[in-house]
Design a protein around this ligand. Structure first.
Ligand SMILES: Nc1nc2c(c(=O)[nH]1)N[C@H]1C(S)=C(S)[C@@H](COP(=O)(O)O)O[C@H]1N2
Ligand SMILES: [Mo]
Length: 237
């Protein structure tokens, strides 16, 4: 057995034996923890949630904003996206549904009419690069409040690229830095960075900040919407 295996086994025994019941009763098992065999995911998630639930990501000064932020990947080339782009995104909608009292369909103008919030945070990609930018938008918590979100486990953001699925728990969904962003560095979010609308979850690695956002679902289970990915579901930083 390698040392890593030993550590994993040991952690598994500790979580499985002593903390297992506590952890599962308190919703501290992430949806991609395959039971006993990936205890580090549970340990990481449970520790973050127990000890750092309300901590905030670092915010930066305006003079620290990166002059050349890296746009990861080309914007979608689908007919649908190009048509939205040609129309200046005026028909783009953010649908909000699932376990809510009042499903919503919000245009970018509707979102701009809501209280705005800005933050200068770092987007950190799991591949090792990062940039600092100012994001402006509506707090996800304000959108959830407007929709009358009910008690549930997850918010599932979706985008115009069906392969890109994500989900966050309610701690991140209601967190005071989690934004539905329509502006980056004072301009409309450019297509390369997920325009016209993207999620910003600054307490997690970049892949949780879904670009081209068009739907939010409040749900208790991920029902096939758990992204198959080598990367951990919980990517707290
Ligand atoms: N819809 C969608 N969202 C996405 C991605 C993507 O390819 N499509 N890439 C993710 C990854 S891996 C990272 S690091 C960030 C990159 O954001 P950026 O393009 O502003 O650098 O967006 C995330 N959100
Ligand atoms: Mo990334």
């Amino acid at each position: 057995m390698t040392r890593r295996r030993w550590m994993q086994t040991l952690t598994g025994v500790v979580i499985g034996g002593v903390g297992g019941r506590y952890v599962s009763q308190n919703g501290l098992v992430p949806p991609d923890a395959a039971g006993f065999f990936t205890p580090e995911r549970t340990l990481n998630y449970a520790a973050h949630r127990q000890f750092f639930g309300l901590s905030t990501a670092r915010e930066f000064r305006r003079d620290q904003i990166s002059s050349k932020p890296f746009a990861n990947g080309r914007p979608p080339q689908s007919k649908d996206y190009l048509a939205h782009q040609a129309a200046g995104f005026q028909d783009w909608r953010l649908e909000v549904g699932g376990q809510v009292a009042k499903p919503l369909s919000l245009s970018i103008a509707d979102l701009r009419a809501m209280p705005a919030k800005s933050q200068i945070t770092q987007l950190v990609c799991e591949e090792g690069w990062s940039y600092i930018a100012e994001w402006t938008g509506v707090l996800l918590s304000d959108v959830l409040t407007l929709a009358g979100a009910k008690a549930a486990r997850y918010v599932i953001p979706e985008c115009i690229q069906p392969a890109w699925k994500q989900s966050i728990d309610m701690v991140d969904a209601w967190h005071p830095q989690t934004l539905v962003a329509y502006a980056m560095n004072g301009q409309d979010v450019p297509p390369g960075h997920g325009g016209p609308l993207r999620l910003r979850v600054p307490r997690q690695l970049g892949y949780k900040s879904l670009k081209f956002l068009n739907r939010l679902t409040v749900a208790d289970s991920l029902e096939g919407k758990l992204r198959k990915s080598p990367y951990a579901w919980y990517a707290g930083i």
